[in-house]
Design a protein around this ligand. Structure first.
Ligand SMILES: [Zn+2]
Length: 268
């Protein structure tokens, strides 16, 4: 009789823990930041001031949940401050402010003062070679995310240059929520995969052709390397140069807008 009793007790404890976690999460999502913290977000990530007020409120709750769930560690002597936490959380949550997606498995972000060296493995048959590369950011499947603080700060402060390191690396996290990082994220309810694929394949091909011919476009040439990077670069430009993306790649803009439940062109 003891084993069924222990089993029931274990299940009850697990159910209570799950319920408490859900309550804690719901409480954070409906919370607002202190006026001081919100003023810091507006100073360091000015694009959030363009969001409709309901989304500004939602962003605060999501950023608070992000900071509750994710530990941010400084590397190479960097001491993580509240400003750093808020800048990072606001930029990362901007991407999912109006989406049902969440960075479920992410627990750690590593911040370096600037560009950092990373060991990269390359396999050729049985031969694995490791090389050191200089990076500004990395996004690992199911975490962690690794970022240069100097570029995180700069990306947040300049919302119009078309480049944003945090949006780029967290686009990879969003992509990975589907189970594989392949440029096909979990789409919004009602958004068709066939339409997504048609828009992205056509946009990518057009961009590859533009790069080949040396034509300058709203997208960085890096977006022509593979679908994964095309997706991440399009996310950066969707927020920072939406009119340019819509003019040059209208179907891609439309799909990004459906995916995130946002239309930055409406914010002005
Ligand atoms: Zn990338």
């Amino acid at each position: 009789m003891l084993i069924p009793y222990l089993l029931v007790l274990t299940l009850v404890i697990a159910a209570i823990r799950y319920w408490l976690k859900r309550q804690h999460r719901a409480r954070l999502l409906s919370s607002e930041m202190s006026p001081e913290d919100w003023a810091t977000v507006l100073r360091l990530v000015p694009i959030v001031a363009k969001l409709p007020s309901s989304l500004q409120t939602r962003l605060q709750g999501k950023a608070l949940l992000f900071l509750d769930q994710i530990d941010i560690y400084g590397r190479n002597g960097l001491v993580v401050t509240r400003d750093m936490e808020l800048s990072l959380a606001a930029q990362a949550c901007l991407l999912i402010v109006n989406s049902t997606q969440w960075y479920d498995s992410l627990r750690t972000v590593l911040l370096y003062p600037g560009a950092f060296q990373s060991m990269q493995s390359q396999q050729d048959g049985y031969l694995v070679t490791q090389t050191k590369q200089v990076r500004l950011g990395e996004s690992w499947h199911r975490g962690p995310v690794v970022l240069s603080w100097a570029h995180t700060l700069r990306g947040g402060e300049d919302p119009y240059d078309g480049h944003n390191l945090v949006l780029h690396e967290f686009a990879h996290q969003l992509d990975a929520l589907s189970g594989s990082t392949d440029g096909v994220p979990v789409l919004m309810k009602g958004q068709g995969y066939a339409d997504w694929e048609a828009a992205i394949v056509e946009g990518f091909s057009a961009h590859v052709e533009n790069v080949k011919r040396g034509r300058s476009t709203v997208l960085d040439p890096y977006a022509a390397t593979k679908y994964v990077e095309f997706f991440a670069v399009c996310i950066e430009v969707f927020f920072e140069q939406p009119q340019g993306l819509k003019d040059e790649y209208p179907d891609v803009y439309h799909q990004m807008s459906l995916l995130l439940g946002l239309d930055p062109l409406d914010w002005d």
